[in-house]
Design a protein around this ligand. Structure first.
Ligand SMILES: [Zn+2]
Ligand SMILES: [Zn+2]
Length: 147
């Protein structure tokens, strides 16, 4: 997917964005903060380099942890993105706001220990407690709470 451009938008369309380049990673997050923030039982993210993302429209942000910024559209309420000082230079979009979510293949589950007990996804992807620091740098400190 190198050199591709990926577009996304909120439900009302007031906020639109374009990401260039290869996605850094794709993951399902089962943490409680993502669930509350999105209203969904599991949240899937795709990460990009922040400097290669152009956003039009004004996002509202909420600090769900001191160094975590979650953004959303103040008009329609769509959750849009996650940014953390622990993943500098990155922006992680909720995959359902992308125009082409099918092209991003999830690689793993994170914060699986917080998953809802009745939710079992039928895949062979690795399940991590928290985020494993042995993974690429964008995964954040081991076992830390970056939600
Ligand atoms: Zn909107
Ligand atoms: Zn999460």
């Amino acid at each position: 997917m190198r050199n591709h451009k990926f577009n996304g938008k909120c439900l009302c369309g007031r906020i639109r964005f374009e990401a260039e380049g290869e996605p850094l990673w794709v993951a399902h997050c089962h943490c409680n903060s993502c669930r509350r923030s999105t209203g969904a039982p599991v949240t899937t993210f795709v990460g990009f380099e922040r400097e290669r993302v152009t956003i039009t429209g004004e996002r509202k942000t909420f600090n769900s942890s001191p160094d975590v910024f979650r953004s959303f559209c103040a008009h329609c309420g769509t959750p849009l993105s996650y940014e953390s000082e622990r993943c500098p230079g990155e922006i992680h979009f909720y995959i359902s706001v992308m125009d082409t979510p099918d092209v991003f293949k999830p690689q793993r589950h994170v914060f699986h220990e917080e998953h809802i007990s009745w939710l079992e996804l039928n895949d062979d992807l690795p399940r991590y407690e928290g985020i494993d620091r042995d993974e690429p740098s964008s995964w954040g400190p081991k076992r830390s709470s970056v939600n």
